[in-house]
Design a protein around this ligand. Structure first.
Ligand code: PLP
Length: 430
């Protein structure tokens, strides 16, 4: 019995499913999770002392690699100065400034403690500003676990969405509509019919929570146009893409300015964080200036802010060039291997995040993604694990590279993937 298994046995008696967030339970690969004790650079070490090259990177937050000395030093200094005061601090101003310099559309922002909270609060502000009730989201985009975002499509975007979790009443989800990702026509039709009730359209500008699904040409521009036409706001949920796709996030990369932006993950340097912001006239709806209540005892925590500030300081042009090149090398290598072994699948990538979808040629919508080959992914996942690569334990997630990864790591990963897929093909893909 491994130490991870022992810990898991106790954990299931403490936490539902043994975890504090569902995807960590490895249900999507029908396994039991490894318990990690240490991370350094591109590698993580489990409770049994085995090390892996990590492609999860704290679900994208660890863009600088684990325990980057500069980030750790900043955290130590901040901690020694006091773990938090519930009062304004200089370091929140420093991180806020760094964010706004990178994303000028965030004229005003507010720090929170998770991406969920960022979205929940952005939605509240959007509703208050427009004095309208409805939010339009896209199937397959994840915006945290607040009630109104836990929805699945009803019989089409014109009808209201259905709860996608027990415990969420229909009286909440009736104010959310769901359209297909990459389908601008549905959005135009919705706006034409019900635009006067629409507070905001919220989107992951690159979807990364159903695996990586890039926006189709013109999709984001169509959202910008449709929202402007009916007086609704456009919210970019850049919790993953912010500071991942480049300093300016997806909004800079695709040249579309949203009214509100949600951030999380990277901006906390690995500590719990979220932020939302945007147009000053919209954000000034927030208390204590305006009528929208929103607050947080631990929001803007100085230790978190220091970790975020130091992480963003590492992310210069050279850093993004490196991440882009590594991402390209990995995706091209994986595609070559799929072709060589005649494995059906595709690799979708934007910058340093990518997903290998088995069994489908392309994924533009959640419907496409749902057709992927889960069994093949499961075999691939465990084959890679055995060879020392810790991939996301679900076929519906993105692999993230960090500044600590090098060409050598990518090449080793490709060798391992080749070996796994060759043996899998030899075994008849059974
Ligand atoms: C992770 C994520 C969230 C939720 O953030 P938490 O910090 O887990 O609450 C929201 N939106 C997107 C796009 C995310 O990837």
């Amino acid at each position: 019995m491994t130490l991870s298994t022992k810990l898991y046995d106790e954990a299931v008696r403490l936490f539902p499913g043994g975890v504090n967030s569902p995807v960590r339970a490895w249900r999507n690969v029908e396994g039991t999770p490894l318990f990690l004790v240490r991370g350094r650079g591109a590698s993580v070490t489990d409770a049994d002392g085995k090390s892996y090259c990590d492609l999860v990177g704290s679900w994208g937050a660890a863009v600088a690699g684990h325990a980057h000395p500069r980030v750790v030093h900043a955290v130590q200094q901040a901690a020694a100065a006091g773990l938090g005061f519930g009062a304004p601090t200089a370091v929140e101003v420093e991180l806020g400034r760094a964010i706004r310099d990178a994303m000028p559309a965030m004229e005003r922002l507010r720090m929170v403690t998770s991406g969920t909270e960022a979205v929940m609060s952005a939605v509240r502000v959007a509703r208050a500003f427009t004095q309208r009730p409805t939010i339009l989201k896209f199937a397959g985009c994840y915006h945290g676990h607040s009630d109104g975002m836990l929805v699945r499509a009803g019989s089409g975007p014109m009808t209201f969405a259905l709860p996608d979790s027990a415990g969420v009443p229909e009286s909440v989800t009736m104010h959310t509509a769901v359209a297909d990702y990459n389908d601008a026509e549905q959005v135009r039709a919705y706006v034409a019919a019900k635009g006067s009730e629409l507070a905001a359209v919220i989107v992951e500008p690159v979807a990364a929570n159903m695996g990586v699904v890039p926006p189709a040409d013109g999709f984001l521009a169509a959202l910008r146009e449709a929202t402007r036409a009916c007086g609704a706001l456009l919210i970019f949920d850049e919790v993953i893409t912010g500071f991942r796709l480049g300093r300016g996030g997806a909004q800079k990369r695709f040249g579309i300015e949203p009214d509100l932006t949600c951030l999380g993950k990277i901006i906390g340097g690995g500590l719990p964080v979220g932020a939302f912001g945007g147009r000053a006239d919209v954000m000034e709806q927030l208390a204590p200036v305006g009528p929208v209540y929103q607050a947080g005892t631990l929001a803007g925590n100085p230790v978190t802010m220091a970790a975020g500030r130091e992480t963003l300081a590492l992310l210069d042009d050279a850093a993004y060039a490196k991440l882009e090149a590594l991402g390209a090398r990995m995706a091209a290598g994986l595609e070559t291997i799929l072709a060589r072994h005649q494995v059906a699948g595709c690799v979708q990538r934007v910058a340093s995040m990518s997903t290998l979808f088995f069994g489908i040629e392309r994924a533009a919508t959640l419907t496409d993604v749902e057709r992927l080959d889960r069994k093949r992914f499961r075999r691939f996942f465990f084959g890679m694990l055995e060879r020392g690569f810790y991939l996301p334990p679900s076929p519906f997630e993105a692999m993230f590279l960090s500044l600590a990864h090098g060409e050598h790591d990518v090449d080793e990963l490709l060798n391992a993937a080749e070996d796994v897929l060759r043996r899998d093909s030899d075994a008849g893909g059974a």
